[in-house]
Write a protein that binds this ligand. Structure first.
Ligand code: 5AD
Ligand code: SF4
Length: 485
């Protein structure tokens, strides 16, 4: 899946994002309203998962409709929004640190009012910490939970009129608001929410508490949204949900039926989805991936641990042998399917033996890439009542072992791909050219294979948004170098 950012925990790419949306947005932003220097400016900094990336797009859409212009730095902004993540403590620490730094921020020349900027803390941290945020950071103007993001324009208006320390955090499920929010980070590929929240209560996880119980969008609204995206040039959509397999539309439509409907949309070329839960994924899903031509051969299937004891404590509701059987069935149905995963090391009471079970399972399954996380206790999550008894040094050590193990597997898998012809969708001009590129420098296109590998190949702007067959000639740091055939 599309990911950017931190280097410390991840093999081949990163799940954490910390993007500078506004920079990209300034490139493809088509103003339809007053853009005089007086229009207020908004800067959103996004942390966390794809759900947050999508939410930031929605927030930008709303603020643009309110007359705001996106900018790419704190100094320029009248309104700074931190769209935050609480999944791991590390993600939160970075937000606290950055927000503290903003305390004495003075407006730069381009901001219009001369007053200090409004600062909004939005997303999972707002829900997790509530009004404690204002105690820690009195310069934050408002906080708003992930189910309440449609309140942000109203909150900003109230702050502008002199109010402060406003909160919008409800216990309700997220409203299935179907406002038209067309603002997108990218044109060729788009995120599409199919459900919000989660009912699984994995014992380490804060998500059900901050994002609430699962709620599925109406399938007709999802289909309409995708059709609109395709009319605007999208070729690929990624259907987003904490557990896409448990999608159920208000009329009872399952995820597989939804996939079939999306697959029938004219002009759409590719469909991805994430995340799948091993307890709910099965043969029917694998047959759909195999049988529906637009559904790409890539499954993100978080394993979390290879120890049955730890899986039980994590409340994952499957065993390592169930997981193995799933992978077996998947590979029998789609031999070439890429499989990626998430793993947590250092869960409370994880012994050397439990860890070894995870390492051995990874060796056996041979994932295409893996995100390896060090456990951190999270508020509300059941496991936080148990002592976090694995020392940080030990967690780091285990993390390094698994990263090394996955790195070897990824390298070998990458080498095996050399010589293959892959179907690649052109995404953008490649900033980094292959080390072997000649002089004068040619234009290179960055694209994604169906298995979601990054491929760079010589071409022109006209190839962006087009699907080509590309022969893989080499690989540099997990990026394949190819040649259009
Ligand atoms: N500590 C470490 N990793 C966690 N994850 C979720 N909660 C925690 C936690 N408390 C990881 C899981 C999940 C991914 C999104 O984040 O691996 O799949
Ligand atoms: Fe968290 Fe588990 Fe839900 Fe994923 S399935 S969001 S890990 S509770």
């Amino acid at each position: 899946m599309r990911r950017k950012g931190s280097k410390d925990k991840v093999v081949s790419n990163s799940k954490m994002v910390e993007n500078s949306f506004a920079e990209k947005q300034l490139n493809n932003f088509q103003p339809e309203f007053d853009m005089t220097p007086k229009s207020p400016k908004v800067y959103i900094r996004t942390f966390g998962c794809q759900m947050n990336e999508r939410d930031s797009e929605i927030i930008y859409s709303m603020m643009i409709q309110e007359g705001y212009t996106p900018v790419s730095s704190y100094e320029e902004a009248d309104l700074i929004i931190f769209n935050t993540c609480s999944v791991r403590k590390h993600a939160e620490d970075r937000v606290w640190g950055k927000l503290k730094e903003l305390k004495n921020l003075k407006h730069g020349e381009s901001a219009c009012s001369g007053a200090p900027p409004m600062i909004g803390l939005v997303g999972c941290m707002a829900k997790a910490h509530g009004k404690e945020v204002f105690k820690k950071l009195p310069h934050v103007s408002f906080i708003c939970g992930p189910s309440n993001i449609y309140d942000i324009p109203g909150l900003a208006k109230k702050v502008k009129s002199g109010k402060s320390h406003l909160m919008s955090i409800s216990k309700e499920k997220r409203p299935l608001s179907e406002k038209r929010d067309e603002y997108r980070e990218e044109k060729i590929r788009a995120w599409v929410n199919i459900s919000y929240g989660c009912n699984n209560f994995c014992s380490y996880c804060i998500v059900p508490f901050v994002r609430g119980r699962e709620i599925s969008r109406r399938s007709e609204n999802i289909i309409d949204e995708i059709k609109r995206l395709v009319d605007n040039g999208a070729k690929e959509v990624t259907l987003l949900g904490q557990n896409v397999n448990s999608y159920k539309s208000p009329t009872g439509k399952s995820f597989i039926r939804l996939l079939e409907e999306v697959n029938r949309i004219d002009g759409l070329r590719r469909i991805r989805f994430m995340t799948s839960h091993p307890k709910d994924a099965g043969l029917e899903l694998f047959k759909a991936i195999a049988g529906l031509d637009k559904v790409c051969e890539h499954l993100h299937l978080p394993l979390q641990s290879g120890s049955d004891r730890i899986l039980r404590l994590m409340n994952r509701n499957y065993t390592s042998s169930h997981y193995l059987k799933l992978i077996d069935n998947l590979r029998k149905t789609i031999p070439d399917c890429a499989v990626t995963t998430d793993i947590i090391v250092g869960f409370p009471s994880e012994t050397e033996g439990d860890f070894e079970d995870t390492r051995m399972l990874m060796e056996k399954i041979r994932f295409d890439s893996a995100f390896i996380f060090k456990y951190s206790p999270r508020p509300f999550a059941k496991a936080s009542n148990t002592e976090d008894d694995i020392l940080l040094e030990e967690k780091k050590e285990r993390n390094q072992v698994l990263l090394g193990c996955q790195d070897k597997i990824t390298r070998k898998k990458n080498e095996d791909l050399i010589g293959n012809v892959e179907e690649v969708l052109g995404i953008s001009i490649a900033k980094r050219k292959p080390s072997s590129s000649e002089y004068p420098p040619a234009t290179y296109i960055k694209g994604r294979s169906r298995k979601n590998s990054l491929v760079v190949y010589k071409g022109s702007m006209g190839l962006i948004g087009r699907i080509l067959n590309v022969k893989i000639r080499g690989v540099e740091e997990n990026t394949f170098i190819g040649e259009a055939v």
